[in-house]
Each structure stands twice: as C-alpha cells, then as structure tokens.
Design a binder for this molecule. Structure first.
Ligand code: NAI
Length: 386
C-alpha cells in the first residue's frame, strides 16, 4: 500500500503531482534544490486550494488536511521513508541518474523509484540503480491535477510487482492509466506529432495561413485549439524540442521531421503566449487575423491532418506501443482530443484512411506519407478497431 510519497522537484509538474497525491490522502514530502522553488510551490498550492474553497469544491477542513499532507523538505534524505518517489526535475539524463543513485542509498528496498520524464528512456534512467526493477516511468500531463491521463511506462528492467503497484496507485489517485512501451514519446508525444508537423507543412507549402489551418481543425474537427494556437500555448521552444528529440530518437524517420518555420520562430524568441508573440500576437489590443473560411480548403486541411494522426495512432498499435483502448484514452484524456483516433478511423472507414494516405504518398513520394501496414491489412480483411 502506497501511503508515503516523495516528490523530487517542486516545479510545474512536481507541485501538481504532489497536489494529486495529497488529495488522494497520501502523505507527501516534496524536495527541491532551490529553496525559492519550494516556497513558490507552497504559495501556489495555497492559492489553488483557496480558490477551490471559494468555489465550494472543497471545504476549509479539506484544504487544511491537504496542506498538512504536504511537507516541503530541504534534503533528499528526508524522502527516506517513502513507498513511492516520483522525480520531476530538469530533463537531463546525467542529473537524473545522479539523483536516483543518491536517493536509492536512502530509501528502503521496496520503494518504487519513478520518473516523470517526457523524453528520456526509462531503461537508461533505471540503469543507474542497484535495483533497476523498482524503476518505472509515471508520466503526468500538465496541469497534473486537471489532466486525467497518466502514462505508465515499464522499462525492460521493471518488475511486474513495480508495474502492478504503480498502476493501482495511479488509479487510486483518480487517474486514467495508459500503459506504454518504453519508446520515444511514449503514446501522446508520439501520436500527436502530426497535429503540429502536418499543420506546419501545410503552412510551409503555402496552402493556407495559420488562422485558416486553426479554423479548419477547430471547426471541422472539433479540436479545442488549432495547432498554431496550441503551439503558442505550449511554447514554440518546448514544442520544437519535443519534436526534435522524437525525430532524433526515431533515427531520423521523416514522419517526425521538424519544420524550419517552428525552429525559426523559437530562435527569434517568438515563443507564443509567454513571450507575447508567436504565430499570433498576444500584446494587448492586437487583432487576431481572420481565417479564409473556404469550405473545400478547410475540409482538405482537416482531412490531411486527421489521416496523418490516425496513421500515427494505427502505427503505434502496429508496433505494440500500447493497446487500442489505451491509445485512444491517451489522446482524449492527455491532450483533450474530441475523439480517440482509432475510433475516428472506424467512423471514417479504414478504406478511406488507406486511400487518403496513398493519395498523399502518390502526390509527394515521401516516406513521411507511408501508410501503416496495420491499416492496409485491416482494409484488406475488412476489420475495424473496436
Ligand atoms: P520545472 O523547471 O518547472 O521544475 C523543475 C524543478 O526541479 C525546479 O524547481 C528545479 O529547481 C528542480 N531541480 C532541478 N534539479 C534538481 C535536483 N537535482 N534535485 C532536486 N530538484 C531539482 O520543470 P517541469 O516542467 O516541472 O518538468 C519536470 C520534469 O517533468 C521534466 O522531466 C519534464 O520533462 C517532465 N514533464 C514536464 C511536463 C510539462 O508540461 N512541463 C509534462 C510532463 C512531464
């Protein structure tokens, strides 16, 4: 039974995960090397909980007990009695390995040591430990208290007991678990790539501008935000780095090739909302450009991005990265897609998907547009995903 949780790193993710664990009744200790980071985390939790009390979602007693459940500590050693630790520090393999080695010298043999990494291999992190079978990826989405999805990633070293206990705990915390194989981008950061990449490519080919592509994806597809609005929201620097990391990790598979446009925007400091300018201008009084609401154009853009997303989801299933249910849950609960991509494929028809991919391949003759063998096989055998 996991009751004592240690969190390493009190930034955006660490403080959110601490809130989730404390809300579920665990006692949480959170450690950060920066004293100010701990203070900020404490102050921001106070703010969040006060707002929840104001809205009537929790009462003052619940707020108090949640706050009492979280201790802010100045030494990694203070996490010694944890049953589970989740690391959410800087995304750097060498630093993570060092922290894991030190942590292992303090905690009991039974303690599960997890990482919230988005892009590093869990096998490489686990290799730093004396007992690598206790290591696992537990990947939350931002903001952790609001996003339902948690990807759980066993490394090849991870024991069945570590996996079972992690899955049970995360479910107890009220989250939806998707289990993924330890491969670049896990589920969400892999399957979502075409949402950005194909949109950027459509722009670079001169087919439509940012506002028109965003309009097509929101109005035809029901996505909450268009790709350019979303990249501005995430930050072009952050989003570009994920794309580049996934591209390199896949041995330069052209499907994940980053776009020069995004690289230049990041280099120019046009990072999006946080810098006041990205694909759109966020300074006060700035007007949003109007899209070209041409129905045929909009439908063409939407179909192209959607089929690339479906192809990516089908290919993740082809390579056994996760189950069909988990792939669909990951996209609806991790990044708020209006529908699961495999369910969407069933709705559109597998034949339609294959035909659209083949049209793109015929047009460009690029490996980027190769149809997943799984879609082709399913079309041949007249099968659907669900
Ligand atoms: P952040 O920069 O907000 O917070 C990182 C914190 O770790 C800082 O407070 C820093 O002082 C602390 N830290 C750095 N080195 C440390 C060490 N050796 N020991 C203890 N604390 C240390 O970063 P963020 O965004 O919370 O990301 C943390 C991890 O979570 C990264 O691995 C990232 O890839 C992953 N992640 C981030 C998501 C996001 O949307 N921001 C989503 C999912 C995963």
């Amino acid at each position: 039974m996991i009751e004592k949780v240690g969190i390493i790193g009190s930034g955006t993710m660490g403080s959110g995960i601490a809130q989730v664990a404390a809300t579920a009744g665990c006692t949480v200790k959170i450690f950060d090397t920066q004293k100010e980071a701990l203070e900020t985390a404490k102050a921001s939790l106070e703010k969040i909980l006060s707002r929840l009390v104001e809205k009537g979602r929790i009462d003052a007693n619940e707020k108090n007990s949640m706050q009492k459940n979280i201790q802010y500590v100045n030494s990694l050693k203070d996490l010694a009695d944890s049953h589970l630790t989740i690391e959410a520090i800087v995304e750097n393999l060498d630093i993570k390995k060092k922290v894991f080695q030190e942590l292992e010298s303090y905690v009991s043999k039974e303690c599960i040591i997890a990482s919230n990494t988005s892009s590093l291999s869990i096998a490489s992190i686990a290799s730093a430990l004396q007992l690598p079978e206790r290591c696992i990826g537990i990947h939350f989405f931002n903001p952790a208290p609001l996003m339902k999805l948690v990807e759980v990633i066993p490394a090849i070293q991870t024991s069945e007991a570590t996996l079972q206990s992690s899955v049970e705990t995360i479910k107890d915390w009220g989250k939806t678990v998707a289990i993924a194989i330890d491969t670049p981008g896990f589920i969400v950061n892999r399957v979502a790539r075409p949402f950005y990449g194909e949109a950027l490519r459509i722009y670079e080919e001169g087919i439509a501008d940012f506002a028109t592509i965003d309009w097509a994806m929101t109005s035809k597809g029901g996505f909450r935000m268009g790709p350019f609005e979303l990249m501005d929201f995430i930050g072009n620097d952050v989003n570009y780095t994920v794309t580049e990391t996934v591209f390199e990790a896949f041995y330069y598979d052209p499907r994940y090739k980053p776009a020069f446009t995004q690289k230049r925007y990041a280099e120019a400091g046009y990072l999006g909302r946080k810098s006041g300018k990205g694909y759109y201008n966020y300074t006060e009084g700035a007007e949003k450009p109007a899209p070209n609401k041409n129905e045929t154009l909009g439908q063409g853009i939407f179909d192209r991005v959607l089929v690339m997303l479906i192809n990516e989801a089908a290919d993740a299933l082809f390579w056994n990265i996760a189950s069909a249910e988990d792939i669909d849950n990951a996209m609806t609960k991790g990044v708020n897609y209006p529908k699961g991509l495999l369910a969407w494929a069933d709705e559109k028809g597998i034949d339609w998907c294959v035909q659209k991919m083949d049209e793109l391949y015929t047009e460009y003759h690029e490996d980027r547009y190769r149809c997943s063998p799984l879609l082709r096989k399913m079309a041949r055998e007249n099968k659907i995903f669900f």
